[in-house]
Write a protein that binds this ligand. Structure first.
Ligand code: BMA
Length: 344
């Protein structure tokens, strides 16, 4: 009998790529551009709406809206950008990248977390909208170098919670931070570290916004391994405690999705699958994961949601990490703070 407890599951095969991939490409864009990828995604007015990152021929990015009735076909792309760099804001000088869209039910508006590229490095920024026509910017949230940020869709124990990925001492782990008002952030903690030796050993970063499930917050993240011929960007899963989200309950051993099609292996950055948005069809239980392929196009992969959760439970080991510092913050906050009222 083998002494190795690893059971050679093939978790990576469970996602099904949409046969019409890639669903959006630069050559189908209404105006000249180099690449269309890494979209923020949400349901809006019964349609699937995407804020697509579009890279222009200077190498700077902006966001343009694309919409579809079924989230798969007949995409209508706006002829003008929805959100471009604001030249008044220094932190946006080199463009906007990789948006994540979060519906904040308590505020009845959508938050957009994105990378604002300043001369001093990438930062995570916040904008709010109710209609995807008017956007209110709140500026950068944390100092550079930081990317891959998303708010949780609701307050947790009276605090806003943010996942993001700063680079500290050259290390790229996923962090969690807390705020009473969306302006001042503290209690920064490493949440999901890179795992030496494994497929996610070089960098990790949050993919789409956290998804609330009865079992916990589902986290889809990208894990990177640097190789002699470039970096491989694959996709992993983790589960966080619902009320104490600094606790990782589970983390998949294996990646569940990775580059292996031509459109994922060729492009501006070969070997990249970079999910940034999801939609769950509650009627059919179909879970749709939208991702950038090779920093060039937008693609779609689907899976039955129960199957996805099953995959997470099967291919992960249970972990419990109790961060007493975070716990103390939550308790203090409950006693002392009036939350969320000063950002109007
Ligand atoms: C990350 C981000 C993404 C990009 C990925 C792969 O650092 O810049 O926009 O898709 O690298 O190049």
């Amino acid at each position: 009998m083998s002494m190795n407890p690893y059971n050679y599951q093939k978790a990576a095969s469970n996602f099904k790529r949409f046969e019409g991939n890639p669903i959006l490409t630069p050559d189908r864009w209404p105006y000249p551009c180099n690449a269309t990828f890494n979209p923020g995604v949400t349901k809006f007015n019964d349609e699937t709406l995407m804020l697509v990152r579009v890279e222009d021929m200077r190498g700077f990015s902006h966001f343009t809206l694309a919409r579809s009735k079924d989230g798969k076909t007949n995409w209508i792309v706006d002829s003008h950008p929805a959100l471009e760099c604001d030249t008044e804001m220094e932190e946006e000088e080199w463009g906007l990248e990789d948006p994540r869209i979060i519906w904040l039910a308590e505020r009845e508006e959508y938050a957009i977390n994105y990378v604002s590229f300043s001369k001093d490095g990438p930062m995570v920024s916040l904008a709010m909208t109710k209609d995807f026509k008017h956007f209110k910017r709140y500026g950068s949230m944390l100092p550079p170098e930081d990317k891959d940020a998303s708010l949780f869709p609701r307050l947790i124990n009276g605090l806003y919670v943010l996942i993001h990925r700063p680079i500290i001492r050259g290390e790229a782990h996923i962090w969690i931070s807390f705020s009473p008002d969306l302006r001042y952030w503290g209690n920064h903690k490493i949440l999901i570290p890179v795992r030496p030796g494994r497929w996610d050993c070089s960098r990790v970063g949050l993919g789409p916004p956290p998804i609330e499930t009865p079992e916990g917050w589902l986290i889809i993240y990208h894990g990177v391994r640097h190789t002699v011929s470039g970096s491989l960007y694959r996709v992993g899963l983790a589960l966080l405690d619902l009320e104490e989200p600094w606790k990782i309950i589970r983390r998949c051993d294996e990646w569940v999705f990775g580059p292996n099609r031509l459109y994922e292996r060729t492009g501006d950055v070969p070997g990249v699958t970079f999910p940034t948005g999801t939609i769950l069809d509650k009627e059919t239980n179909e879970f749709r994961m939208y991702y950038g392929a090779a920093d060039t196009s937008v693609c779609l992969a689907t899976i039955d949601f129960d199957e996805l959760m099953d995959m997470l439970m099967r291919s992960s080991t249970e972990t419990t990490k109790d961060e007493t510092v975070c716990k103390r913050l939550f308790e203090d906050n409950r006693k002392e703070t009036e939350i969320g009222n000063d950002l109007k």
